[in-house]
Write a protein that binds this ligand. Sequence first.
Ligand code: ARG
Length: 461
Amino acid sequence: NEGSLWGARFASGPSPELAALSRSTHFDWQLAPYDLDGSAAHARALAAAGYLSDEELAAMLAGLERLRADVAEGRLVPADSDEDVHGALEAALIAAVGPELGGKLRAGRSRNDQIATLGRMYLRDHARAIGAQLVHLIDAIAAQADAHRTAIMPGRTHLQHAQPVLLAHHLLAHAWALSRDLDRLADWWRRTDASPYGSGALAGSTLGLDAHLVARELGFAAVTENSIDGTASRDQTAEFAFVAAQIGVDVSRLAEEVILWNTREFGFVTLDDAYSTGSSIMPQKKNPDIAELARGKSGRLIGNLSGLLATLKGLPLAYNRDLQEDKEPVFDSVETLEVLLPAFTGMIATLTFHTERMAELAPQGFSLATDVAEWLVKRRVPFRDAHEITGALVRYAEERGLGLEEVDDAALAAISPELTPEVREVLTVEGSVASRRSAGGTAPEQVELQFGRLAERVRAS
Ligand code: ARG
């Protein structure tokens, strides 16, 4: 069992069946650069504690750098006999610098503290990349809102016409949700900013190595407070998977709207050719596949989270081999988001909005009824009565196929003496939108305020 990390106490090597089940190099090899970073930091800690001479440290670091180049250029790949990335790189180091020196690196560390640290390093790198992509998406949404500051659309609840709103207000609602995901990434970072390296298998090490030196080298602000927790916890991994799933869900909700808006029935948007797809049989088709894939992939992101939580549930402390199963779900979440977000951002940035169509639909469905009721309240009619009177007005208009503004004076008076002709002043979508001046409301001056605040929030995350 040459090259293995643990052969000596066994009379025979592992069965091929065990080796096939146990092997993780087909997915953990992408942690190789982090493994090499960890090894370099660990070599420095060994040298600082007197276990490597200056010459040995220099030779070790040079060997690790050679491996880094070999991995990057594809010259070094795991062998069939390698169980995992750690074993494969140790075997390669020994081949590079000799067994005498190469065999010294493993002192005072375990694959358990290694993998716990590398997982965090991988996720931190990708959290940065995903955060940057999220900022681009938020910027694209805000730019569309900015380009349509006065457009009015039907605001909906239950997918029914509810009250008119500014298109910019609606778009910014999505941007705010995504800004909280950015915030979540920043918050997650704080909890992931400690290095488990030096926790050993579970109990720490006897060699007097400086874990703070290793943590600093690897870019962590601190060392984990408890070596058992350091090696056994994966809540950081699960929380990352949650944030990824939440991003997927937030993107999916906007995706669903784009799909609806892009139908002939809505006619609110046209997709750019570069961000839509055709049909193999129907020559006229132009499909919103990016939005549909966004909706579909959110299911996959949720699956990664729930699968991971199921793996963690019931695991006794400390390390158990089940934890090897933590990697593929989050690798998949990372890869999914990193290919989804740029495509989705491009689709949003190139959407054409048909504001005249939105404006035409905005007053339909009696969407100004709340304005009538609130107009009555301002005339000191109790809201309960105002609601009744307006309901009667809607019924009258609906039965006759009229808009609320088309009901004549006599009919208004017959429904209620409170309904004087001045009520028509609030029966325009522009008037309705302009008068919703409450904090965070859809009035233009309130929406105006959001742009700066959103930019501030994004910068703060
Ligand atoms: N490949 C393992 C993982 O991904 C790390 C190695 C720990 N293995 C062990 N037998 N203690 O979790």
